[in-house]
Write a protein that binds this ligand. Structure first.
Ligand code: SF4
Ligand code: F3S
Ligand code: FES
Length: 252
């Protein structure tokens, strides 16, 4: 049965904005994105919101609901009391373009900074062979829908914009981890190893394992336990391992 939902939505742009209260028709089984769409169709035709699939797969509708980073299309109204005010604001870590739409280009810059997979020079495509266990390990990371909610929630940049230059964020450190764990990646032969690169160039040391990224990931990827902590361990091993240090010194 339909009811009146109470929505508080941020309206504004890069110059500033405000929260405005709205009462919107809601139906059983709907999600927050349905309310935002109904608001667009009625009172606020110019309300900006980014979305595509309405199925939790495109990663476009990221925002903050009652202060928590969430996908608008995957947040059911049934998780709120009917008289509760649902506050919808844009992601806090990225600059606002308009209303609920942010400029997420920081993430694309960071994505480009992670060197691509380097296949072994002596193998042709079609000759690559991997153990199933290695395939499974990276499959978890490849479930990422690039919603950037983990990037939004990580305090390293959420509370300190000055760290954006040095810190790639959990999503792209995870990409480094995926490649570091890839048995066929031959980056180490042509340059630094992925773990040291994450530490020296992508700010791995700024992550203090608060796990907030893992908590908000809509794909339930164990970002901290399966990517960031192993990457830190590998970076430390490479740096402090006495045998490797000996050979490094000899080489230098
Ligand atoms: Fe979104 Fe999870 Fe990918 Fe981060 S790791 S961008 S939270 S899907
Ligand atoms: Fe940030 Fe996740 Fe590390 S929230 S501090 S990247 S564990
Ligand atoms: Fe695609 Fe929400 S609209 S994830």
């Amino acid at each position: 049965m339909g009811y009146q939902a109470h929505l508080r939505v941020w309206h504004g742009d890069a110059e500033g904005g405000e929260l405005r209260e709205h009462t919107v028709e809601a139906e059983e089984g709907e999600v927050v994105l349905d309310l935002v769409h109904r608001l667009q169709a009625t009172e606020c035709p110019d309300l900006a919101v980014r979305w595509n699939c309405k199925a939790g797969k495109c990663g476009s509708c990221s925002a903050e609901i009652n202060g928590k980073p969430k996908l608008l299309c995957m947040t059911r109204l049934s998780t709120f009391a009917r008289d509760e005010v649902i506050t919808v604001t844009p992601m806090r870590t990225f600059p606002v373009i308009k209303d609920l739409v942010c400029d997420v280009s920081y993430n694309y810059v960071k994505a480009r900074e992670v060197p691509a997979f380097e296949p072994p020079a002596d193998l042709e495509p079609g000759e690559y062979r991997m153990q199933q266990v290695d395939v499974q390990r990276s499959q978890e990371f490849r479930k990422c829908i690039e919603c950037f909610l983990c990037q939004d929630t990580c305090h390293v940049i959420r509370d300190h914009a000055e760290n954006k230059e040095a810190f790639s964020g959990p999503r792209f450190l995870m990409r480094g981890a995926e490649l570091e764990m890839h048995p066929l990646d031959s980056r180490e032969r042509s340059g630094p190893n992925r773990a040291s690169e994450a530490r020296d160039e992508h700010g791995l040391g700024l992550c203090n394992i608060t796990r907030c990224c893992t908590d908000v990931c809509p794909e339930h990827i164990q970002i901290t336990d399966n990517a960031l902590i192993p990457l830190k361990e590998r970076a430390a091993d490479r740096h402090y391992d006495p045998v490797l240090r000996f050979f490094r010194r000899k080489r230098d």
